[in-house]
Design a binder for this molecule. Structure first.
Ligand code: APR
Length: 168
């Protein structure tokens, strides 16, 4: 069973085998955490993303991490749901992002993975519900990943993730 840790910080500082980015379907990069990861990984990340795009909401696809500092070797691109009020299947799509990312991590034999708070920025997914979905889905997904880091960019997201972890 993987250990799950909640930290506050920049996902680019994480020493893990794979980082998950909150992408859009083109996998060409964008703003937010996706923009930060693409800037750090260099232009080859968008080229590799374009070669395997599109990525459907709820799905996850991997590329090399290119210029990211080791030990990061992989970027797992997952596309969260745009929040449209909650009755468009958003919760299941977000759960699928975490589930598919762990499945892809297993295919890569990644032993440690860092997740941002997928869909809670530009895509507007409510942070408290997203935190619960993240923790519940990770706990319910069989995986050989040993260490999972949930990286909050701000204190309130960190507290929500910690509360979700404690509620389990
Ligand atoms: N490290 C960790 N978390 C970060 C970082 C970072 N460097 N930068 C931003 N975040 C956090 C945000 O604060 C938010 O909590 O990542 C979470 C997800 O927010 P977004 O990056 O806006 O992602 P999302 O809401 O899924 O929207 C995806 O935005 O950037 C574009 O290309 C992306 O179109 C896609 C959309």
């Amino acid at each position: 069973m993987a250990t799950i840790e909640v930290v506050q910080g920049d996902i680019l500082a994480e020493n893990v085998d794979a980082v998950v980015t909150a992408a859009n379907e083109s996998l060409l990069g964008g703003g937010g955490v996706d923009g930060a990861i693409h800037r750090a990984a260099g232009p080859r990340l968008a080229e590799a993303g374009a070669a395997i795009a599109p990525c459907d909401p709820g799905d996850a696809k991997a590329t090399p991490a290119f210029d990211l500092d080791p030990p990061v070797r992989h970027v797992i691109h997952t596309v969260g749901p745009v929040w449209e009020g909650g009755d468009q299947g958003e919760a299941e799509l977000l759960a699928s992002c975490y589930r598919r990312s762990l499945q892809v991590a297993d295919e890569l034999a990644a032993q440690s993975v860092a997740f941002p708070a997928i869909a809670t920025g530009v895509y507007g997914f409510p942070s408290e519900l997203a935190a619960r979905i993240a923790v519940e889905t990770i706990r319910a997904t069989p995986s050989r990943v040993e260490r999972i880091r949930l990286v909050a960019f701000d204190g309130s997201t960190r507290d929500l993730l910690r509360a979700a972890l404690a509620a389990g």
